[in-house]
Design a protein. Structure first.
Length: 358
């Protein structure tokens, strides 16, 4: 039998069988295994095989999606869940298949992360999560996935700055004044934190370390309890999300000093950055991004990136996110991958120095 006839008969199968054949061939090539094929008998067969490999991605991408897509995220009702549902709604309309949000909360993201890391790399199981996913290895000894090698970054979806807030009884109105006061009263000021390794705790530890302050941590079982303690005056300062503290700032029960992003945020006009108002070089933002399992075809990653970026660029979607206290981004896969690695290096050091463990 001529090799060209073997390829031709395979190409007459369904689209999914064709893609499976190509993926197997490519997988064997990537692992340096030798495909079991009849010896080539002509230059035309070699050219045909080359065209098959080059066209594989496009051919497989044309059949996607042919069934519902699942976005795995944290428990219902949180920021990740909100972002996942907004994106899922937009993708359902543009891709022509249902996009379902699958809430898998618990274990600080380890449950959701493991589920997607072990899923088939076919684009039908995605992960939308924040920094817990890539910082968890710094917080515990056993994590059921590798945040760099087990996922294919698709896009940085949204970011959210954190606010430095104080109880109004504290006689400070800027970051600089707070640092000066804390240095004159070492060990006298308390700060509240929620779950170990949360973005708000990391923001506080980075602030304390960079400013070289002696302030005392009061840990709570959740960010909500830490916020209640701040409002009651049981602690004097905290870092919190804009959505959680906005009503209390308006009512005068809390005072906002600065925003943690490198640049002033459109979410909080007129509020200076921590870096510009007393602590140069300081920057912390919450990041939420979309991942696929590792070894997902580059054509599928590109397709998903394009579709998600299109959703995030819509005016009505931007408005929904901004009203909830986050900013839509829609980066390239390469930019998101670089951001994750940079955050792991920078914030991983802070976690180790502060001794933060779950």
């Amino acid at each position: 039998m001529q090799p060209a006839l073997v390829a031709g008969s395979s190409c007459r199968r369904s689209g999914e069988d064709f893609c499976l054949m190509v993926r197997r061939f490519n997988a064997m090539s990537a692992s340096n295994a030798t495909p079991i094929l009849p010896p080539p008998r002509s230059v035309s067969w070699i050219l045909a095989l080359a065209m098959l490999a080059l066209g594989a991605g496009a051919a497989c991408g044309q059949n996607f999606p042919s069934k519902p897509i699942h976005i795995v995220t944290s428990e219902a009702g949180g920021g990740n869940d909100f972002a996942a549902r907004v994106i899922a709604q937009g993708l359902t309309g543009s891709l022509g298949q249902p996009v379902i949000v699958d809430n898998r909360g618990g274990a600080s993201g380890a449950i959701a992360g493991e589920m997607v890391a072990r899923a088939a790399p076919d684009g039908y199981t995605l992960l939308l999560y924040g920094s817990n996913i890539w910082l968890l290895p710094f917080l515990r000894n056993h994590v059921p996935y590798d945040p760099v090698n087990d996922f294919a970054p698709i896009t940085l979806a949204v970011t959210a700055p954190t606010l430095l807030v104080v109880h109004p009884s504290l006689p400070v109105k800027s970051t600089r004044e707070l640092i000066a006061l804390a240095k004159t009263r070492p060990g006298a000021l308390n700060y509240g934190t929620g779950a170990a390794g949360s973005s708000t705790q990391i923001a506080t530890e980075l602030f304390r370390t960079m400013a070289k302050l002696e302030i005392v941590q009061i840990p709570y079982k959740g960010n909500g309890l830490a916020l209640n303690a701040l409002i009651a005056g049981q602690v004097q300062l905290a870092f919190a999300t804009p959505a959680s503290v906005a009503p209390h700032i308006k009512s005068g029960r809390l005072r906002a000093l600065a925003v943690t992003s490198a640049q002033p945020s459109a979410l909080l006009p007129g509020l200076p950055t921590v870096a510009a108002s007393g602590l140069p070089g300081y920057e912390v933002v919450s990041i939420v991004g979309m991942f696929a399992p590792a070894k997902t075809a580059a054509t599928l990653v590109t397709l998903l990136n394009r579709e998600i970026a299109n959703v995030l660029s819509r005016t009505e979607v931007k408005e929904r996110f901004i009203q909830s206290g986050v900013e839509p981004v829609g980066s390239s896969p390469e930019e998101f991958a670089a951001t994750v690695k940079s955050e792991m290096s920078r914030l991983g050091k802070i976690i180790k120095v502060a001794g933060i463990r779950e």
